[in-house]
Design a protein around this ligand. Sequence first.
Ligand code: C2E
Ligand code: CA
Ligand code: CA
Ligand code: CA
Length: 279
Amino acid sequence: AKAAGRNTLRFFDPAMQALVAERTALEADLRHGLQRHELVVYYQRVVDAQRRTVGVEALVRWRHPQRGLVSPMDFIPIAEQTGLIIPLGQWVLEVACRQLAQWAESPATAMQSIAVNVSARQFRHPEFAQQVQALLRKTGANPQRLKLELTESLLLSDTQDAILKMTELQKVGVGFSLDDFGTGYSSLSYLKLLPLQQLKIDQSFVRDVLTDPNDAAIARTVLALGKSLGFGVVAEGVETEGQREFLLQNGCTLFQGYLFGRPCPVDELSLPDQPSKGE
Ligand code: C2E
Ligand code: CA
Ligand code: CA
Ligand code: CA
């Protein structure tokens, strides 16, 4: 059976082998990229019903010297599997906290908040809550302005541990959003157990909200659920006025998407909003 195993390996699908080689190269590259400061944090605005910016989401990018701008979809999973997500995630958090401390110095930007994505492995780290608090102290950022975005699968895998960590951070003022809501194995009962402030409707439901009755029903349900449980609901991936209108009419008050601005480097964000023409 062992020999057969070897043979199987020898006749490994070449496409698969190329993929493995590619991943290994990317992993080594990422390790160096982190040390060489090739990673950069972009920000995308979140707006209210009046299109005023109420905060931003931090989205990491990798400025690779050969590959160009690499999407987090291509390296976050690798960072997760290799454990590189721990230093990477810490770094994103630190950049965001420094940004908050800087914004706090000007009344024009002091009210902005930053939402940071936290991956499962990062959150499960036993020291996660202490590390976040250490960063807040080190940078002087106001914890009330920091939001952490968690996913359903992360919360369901060890709900007790998650509640402990979230409660500890919530005590110092940090808020929590449930990201990609509706895509995981939602058990509605645990929503009440978790110290959450916000749900984010996944963009896969927003995309066809005007043409797919199922997506429209899901979006409406999430908005109603958020309202009855007292959570804010952010609709992600809003690209058209039609989508915004539908969501607004169904009670949505927070929006994020290309319609309001793409993720961009911090110096390209204009905060507070310039009054736009026609409004
Ligand atoms: P996410 O947290 O669901 O972030 C939203 C994604 O939707 C972002 O992709 C954003 O650029 C994209 N997006 C925003 N508006 C629109 C729109 O109107 N239309 C469309 N089609 N897309 C829109 P991005 O930046 O490529 O990030 C992908 C994922 O990578 C994120 O999904 C998040 O899960 C992960 N990620 C990004 N930064 C970090 C990070 O610092 N740490 C961790 N752990 N994960 C991160
Ligand atoms: Ca997110
Ligand atoms: Ca999301
Ligand atoms: Ca997502």
